[in-house]
Ligand binder design. Sequence first.
Ligand code: C2E
Ligand code: MG
Ligand code: MG
Length: 717
Amino acid sequence: MSIDAVAAPAWILVVDDDLVTRFLVSEALKQAGFCVEQVENGRQALAACERIDFDLITLDVMMPELDGFATCAELRRRPKGVQVPILMMTGLDDYESINHAFKVGATDFITKPINIILLEYRVRYLLRTSAAMVSLYDSERRLATAQRIARLGHWDWSQGQACLHLSREVCEMLGLDPQAPEVPFRVILERVHEKDRKILAQWFEEIWQGGGQARAIRHRLVDAGGGVRHVQQQIEIVLDASGRPDHLYGTLQDVTDLHQAEERIWQLAFTDSLTRLPNRELFKDRLDTAIKLAKRHDRQLALLFLDLDNFKRINDTLGHNVGDHLLQATAERLKSSIRANDSVSWNKAEEPDESIARLGGDEFTVLLPEIQRSEDAANVAERIQVSLSRPLALDGHEIIVTPSIGIAVFPQDGETSETLLKSADMAMYSAKHQGRNLYRFYNAVLNEAAHKRLTMETQLRKAIERNELSLYYQPQLDLPSGRICGVEALARWTNDLLGTVPPVEFISLAEETGLIVPIGEWILRTACRQAKAWGCGCGVDPIPMRIAVNISVLQFVQPGFTGLVAQILEETGLEPVALELEITESLLLKDPEGALRTLWALKNLGVQLAIDDFGTGYSSLSRLKQLPLNRLKIDKGFVSEVDSQPNDAAIATAVIAMAESMGLRVIAEGVESEAQFQFLKAKHCDEIQGYYLSRPLPAAEITTMLHQRLTPHGDDG
Ligand code: C2E
Ligand code: MG
Ligand code: MG
């Protein structure tokens, strides 16, 4: 709409003390169709402005009482006079007066004598720009109001500039001074929640690089009081001629309420309102993610499916209120038994609580996202059983509930969330049928094995203090001289519940659980003490020169291992040279340099080193060359067939020859027959060990054996 088309004629105030000029101007303006009011000085002008809202004022400069400059300044101070265009009329056209006129707020000025024809157009022009200004001011005010209601602000940012220009609303949202709207990005970032800073900075960085795809981002702001607000940034990018981002225009909107509403909706959709645990949907989602991770990292995970025995009866007889409280208490107990569990490792990102869910009714699930062995899951199940079976006082009733738990392990019991849930569910039913308050693995074999291992582990933990461990010793024979040159200490374990457990079983369990460290120390100390008692190392026939002790990799890599060996030697008084440590090549696999350092430290201590079970695994003679070894033990697997299998015979022969060339002594273990013995002797094997000579025997029997050999009638066997 054109400004001139406004229906009502504009009101103009003409202020001049000179009657002629005042009359001329007024008449000319009336002729042009304006409504005109005339006054003869500043004071009258101010009074007139109180009565009428003028659309324009023409103001003479030189007037008695209040001159034009003072009148103009005063008008601008009044609310009604802020916007009105003021046209100064002056005979003075020097620069100083013009400057003064603008300073006090004049819109424009015109010099006397007045060109009456020009005046009309000057006035029309001023009215038009004034109307445009008013409309601009109005729309700005409307925009500001709308933005305030929408909690929306805007900003813009030019390429290469440190500062963004912020709107008043953005300044307010960021807690910055709206009077200083040029703000460095760094300062803005300081107002962003610590955890969102990196992401936001990256987002802008990518946008400036021309790469960023997302045009909107949500993040949090922290206000001065520490309150957190959620905001949404939305941007538009202006490109330069070469297609690179040149300028960014953005809006910032406070979406805290929206965020809270979304959060609430999420909670309604994905959590169980009674226990606040994740519901089936969320749990399935978590399980899917955990399965993906387990697949990627080649790991196992376990799913526990749990159902309360007799819940229905409690619910029916004591009422739903008690039932609800029972479920809530169960959720709490589950959380604490999971949290207290150390055999399960959690990814940093996930909270243990998130791994428990209520599927409905009295059915709960627990996800163990990363387990080493299925026993870990059994451990957790036992912990849950203990925790849930404690009596519970609810609404004046003493209640005891027990859970039945089914366990499914990924990948063997299912590779998808559906199959795993189904397997765990079936396992739970089987537990229920077998008598309640039980846990069962889906895989029955695993079930039994896990149970047995768990019992074994519990028992093994107490084996040292209960004095259940002992050592047997197996003699080693030096072939050229026919004397007993050493004995190998072999661990034995007899337990009330499990009977005699073979070393291959309990040693490997001890290695997996780390129990080998204390057990190994006990073995080393006991063996050294026994060797000292026999007088090993003294060189008097038939006292064996040395005692061989098996050392597991886990013991060997303990930081203080060399120190421990030194300490035990010192403590028992055994000569270092009388101690031989049997190690396997596998200890070179993980950290060859570290292993080499330890081997040299042990060598420098004066103890002897032997490679056990040589020929199995990753045997490499060339690598062995670098190690400070004394002896190779040819594995009994080769020895058992040396007299019948040409292949084994060839290997044994080659090992003996090569070891000799490397300056190593060779001992063959597992020698059972005369034929094997003769073969090895013929090939110049240095030493032998095996049933052919003697089975491993308790210390006392070895003592007897040595005494018999001491007497002239002793059996040289
Ligand atoms: P190893 O160190 O190779 O021990 C030799 C195994 O061969 C012993 O089995 C021994 O009884 C057996 N053996 C000896 N002569 C014959 C024979 O003529 N024929 C046959 N078939 N077997 C023979 P054991 O005592 O059952 O120990 C098995 C493995 O358990 C050992 O193999 C060793 O790896 C481990 N072990 C035993 N005691 C200890 C220990 O104190 N510490 C550690 N770390 N491991 C041990
Ligand atoms: Mg051995
Ligand atoms: Mg061996």
